[in-house]
Write a protein of this length. Structure first.
Lengths: 341, 341, 341
């Protein structure tokens, strides 16, 4: 039987590192936090790591990777990890890596992501190829440098052409995507799928706290118009949420289908934590915009467990800890390769 | 002394069943979940029930009721239970039923509900009999099939007549109610009243997460108008909330008066969990729109206890568990009839 | 070694008293709650106090102070305490008082507060001396009795003059302040600094629930304009929040600088709980509007600990309990004067 004392859990100090490292320690692991210079404070203050490796920039990850390998560390990827290393470099990781590396390519490429979710029969917002097809409220998003933050709304081909008029001929506004505009509330669903238990778990839900989207509603409509406010979506934090219980059977089935479909696209398929990100409309249809194939920051409100994990576990079970337990189980069953990829 | 091993706790698999069943198990009860076919997954996954009874539709409840009676099950009603069985059928329930059946008629009939809350001196939004009486912001809601989701706002008789013009003569828009429009934040207060302890407890607070009401504020005012968005109020979930502490004395007194007034309208009065649902305005007046005379889904964020129950109990105390404890106490004191009705 | 049995913890029954008293009891202290007549219920119901002293009004605090002194009680100040006693009377408190009294003068005086925060290099919204300087969105707030709730927005000197026209010559609208209008989400950061450990802790975050600011976004823009709604900011409650993890290093540094700067303005500086209250904009700049140099009601969601305190402590640690532990440590190390001021 393998011994967890022979391994260490390591991650980059950002995103969900506090939760991952705390969860690993709670499961009995020794932990390493890789921090950018001058940004170690939270990890020291909360006492979640046994060791800190300081680097100038997360982009220098590969410089210290040999050290991780020497220490027999298992690296846990998270959103910032993928963002800093670069999706194209993920396959170059030589250290032990929790989760299926190849799946990260499918979550970061919009076309592949849509293909995966479609195969899993997930409800996606409709995409319109030409303005003439518009038959419901749509959002028009511009591609390219200048248009990155630009968008407008329309209900019909006529409205499209009227409103597009003011963008016509402007640099960065030649190319656009026309997407069905779903009006409803954002819901982020946190899943965990273990290859070892063969079980899909629903860990919880959250809603994001976005600047300024989540505060412009606090400004009276009249004042908004006067100051000319446009919506932006910078994530600042997350808030806890529970879902209407009658939606749970569908939530489980959506997760099952995503895991099932993943097996067709990458060898071995998806496992560990993942998240479906979407909108639930007034008819209770859940439209999914995006999938994250790794732990999401929306699990951070639940460091001491979510209302859902407390149903299943008689101890605090964050997603970070659940993940560490998966690794622990693999080590103790001599199946470590089942959680690496 | 009665023994809880001679009883089982049963409920329909929806609404607050996870919390009710978990709470019952934590108190030592054996539990039964009645599930609609194909919708058992959450109850199995979270491990909250010892037994599952599958039926085609919750409407078939009475078909399996003999089985529940045979198993000596105590049925816990919740929102979905009442909705599926039908308020008119509640009195036909033959199985042991936690709570006062007759009170459910008073919460589901708008006129009776208003009568009850008025008797309890709860602050209610004013109702206007004719448009000519309008002297403040009002909301006009249509009755009937087509008008179910329709409403408009007005500040004066003049505005009323101007805006009603566009609905005039349209089917389903002949009848309407004119209600004072309270501008303030929604607050749902969770109470528990035990006949055995004689004590009223404030278990916590929540706010609902409604589609699309809780997201249209994320859309800039200008864009809202362009796409022609109207507010809808489908409940998708719930979020935790604590209330300004200086409001608590009044919150307790409101609960006391509701319990007191209930004794005048039904034999034995209200007991167990209930909820006042309303709006707190900028002058801190709490206007109540509705009462739920049973457990509400707003308690679901607190499966491991709310900030308020943690003050009182040195263990996790959800409303579902509190309710199971009430039954346990009744059984062990040989007063079971005190919690049935 | 001092013995905590020789002391009692006392506070006024409002604001954060439930948390303070529960925390004190958890640390082993005997507690006293000073309640206004008829408002004792919550403190009795939740069982957080060993003794209740009833007074007609919190303004009568000084009448019962000799009793507190006789009982060797340490008084814990909170927002309502300061509001009722009056900032000018705080220095007259003769009972043992947790925290630096003199600092309260700096948090309640807008000019001094700005001076303190500037010295700490905290990012503040710009203040414009004349309308002619306006070069970005600004909010114009009126001083004085009638104008207390009034404000308007402008983008330029021209807009200022156009909109001010309707207020001109009206009583209470002669004097106004012009402040940069930061569009972003409100974030309240809870700190704790202990003189005994020399450590600054980040205890958590919250967002307020304000009537009607947090509900007008639920009203469609068109309807808002029709009913003529203006934003108000009455605090009704608080909701839990976690912050994007990559912001934490800066959050710690902001707290350090505020503590450091406080040593220059009052003898011994600030210690115990404090809170920075501000807005995080879409570029993730944290603008601070206000500092509270004592426990804030935003910590009330965390009576059983916050996601952050659960990282550091293996037991529930509210801010109220942390504060009691600070006192306990001081007593047991015979350094009580280090936590009084």
């Amino acid at each position: 039987m393998g011994n967890i004392k022979d391994y260490k859990i390591a991650t980059l100090g950002s995103h969900t590192a506090l939760q991952i490292l705390k969860g690993a320690k709670d499961e009995g692991f020794s932990t390493i936090c890789i921090c950018e210079k001058g940004r170690e404070r939270p990890y020291k203050s909360y006492g979640v790591c046994d060791e800190i490796i300081v680097i100038d920039s997360f982009k220098d990850y590969f410089k210290i990777e040999p050290e991780l390998i020497k220490k027999n560390a298992i690296v846990i990827p998270h959103g910032s990890f993928v963002a800093y290393i670069g999706t194209d470099k993920v396959m170059d990781i030589k250290a032990m890596h929790y989760g299926t590396k190849a799946i990260l390519d499918w979550e970061s490429d919009r076309t592949k992501e849509r293909q995966w979710l479609s195969a899993a029969k997930i409800r996606l917002p409709k995409v319109f190829k030409t303005p003439e097809e518009i038959d419901r409220p749509v959002i028009i998003k511009f591609h390219g440098a200048h248009g990155g933050k630009g968008y407008f709304l329309a209900n019909s081909p006529k409205e499209f052409h009227e409103r597009y008029e003011s963008y016509k001929g402007k640099e960065g506004h030649e190319r656009y995507a026309i997407q069905e505009y779903i009006v409803g509330v954002p819901v982020y669903t946190h899943y965990f799928y273990s290859r070892l238990t063969g079980e899909l778990e629903v860990m919880g839900f959250d809603k994001r706290y976005e600047s300024n989207a989540d505060s412009i509603g606090r400004i009276a409509a009249k004042d908004q118009v006067e100051v000319g406010i446009r919506t932006t979506y910078t994530i600042v934090g997350n808030s806890p949420l529970v879902l209407r219980e009658s939606l749970l059977p569908e939530i489980f089935e959506m997760g099952d289908r995503v895991v099932e479909a993943s097996k067709e696209i990458v060898d071995g398929g998806l496992f560990g934590p993942f998240c479906l990100e979407g909108i639930i409309d007034p008819e209770l249809n859940y439209y999914v915009f995006e999938i994250s194939a790794r732990i999401v920051a929306g699990t951070n409100p639940y460091i001491e467990g979510s209302p859902y994990t407390w149903l299943k576990y008689n101890e605090p079970m964050s997603t970070g800890r659940r993940l560490a337990r998966d690794i622990k189980m693999a080590i103790e069953q001599d199946k470590l390769s089942a959680v690496l990829g």
